[in-house]
Design a protein around this ligand. Structure first.
Ligand code: ITT
Length: 194
């Protein structure tokens, strides 16, 4: 029988990335929709960790399944870490519009360094465990590629000469901030046979 885990995210792109890791080690990944959870956790907190923990606690009110929740974001060096923990809510509009707005902010900037960060919180029987990952890269001059989600078309990885949106999921899942955190989660779940 498969072990069930709730991947408590409203973001379909994230969900797909989690599935690849967790199904490989024998989990049946359940989404918020599968569990008929229609509430959305508020983003409360001053750090990725605090926000991810609060999301996990929020969704645990609606299920008895072990669950994971995540907070992640893109930090741009020349913008002093902006948009960071506000990556999803610093402006309204579509991902395409957000990407364009960031490119506009960097129009005259030569320092294009940026880092993607993710904090995953695993919540099971009231115990919270945290896993972190990050990936350094740059903001491209224009959007490139059509895969992935969010800021993928403008996050450029110099060693690959590609943006995240030019990578297939399997390639992104080898190197991304989320992949680094997910590898740690997978080791933990395997170690404790959860
Ligand atoms: P949940 O809170 O429901 O998980 P969300 O999309 O609101 O979904 P976050 O609050 O963690 O997630 O927001 C992080 C934002 O940062 C996300 O919406 C994307 O726009 C961006 N982001 C995070 N990881 C990304 C990735 O791998 N590729 C592209 N953009 C990413």
């Amino acid at each position: 029988m498969f072990k069930k885990i709730l991947v408590a995210t409203t973001n379909f792109g994230k969900l797909e990335e989690y599935k690849k890791f967790l199904e490989l080690i024998g989990f049946e990944v359940v989404s918020l929709k599968d569990e008929q959870i229609n509430e959305e956790a508020p983003e409360n907190g001053n750090s990725y960790t605090e926000i991810a923990e609060n999301k996990a606690k929020f969704y645990s009110k609606y299920t008895h399944l072990p669950l994971v929740a995540e907070d992640s974001g893109l930090e741009i060096f020349s913008l002093k870490g902006f948009p960071g923990i506000n990556s999803n809510r610093w402006m309204g509009g579509t991902d395409v519009e957000k990407n364009q707005a960031l490119l506009n902010k960097l129009r005259n900037t030569t320092d294009r360094r940026a880092v993607f960060k993710a904090v995953i919180v695993y919540l099971h029987k009231k115990s919270l465990v945290r896993f972190e990952g990050e990936l350094y890269g740059e903001i491209s001059k224009k959007p490139q590629g059509s895969m992935g989600f969010g800021y993928d078309p403008i996050f450029y990885i110099p060693s690959l000469n590609k943006t995240f949106a030019e990578l297939i999921l399997m390639e992104k899942n080898k190197i991304s901030h989320r992949a680094h955190a997910l590898q740690k989660l997978v080791s933990y779940l395997k170690k404790y046979q959860l």
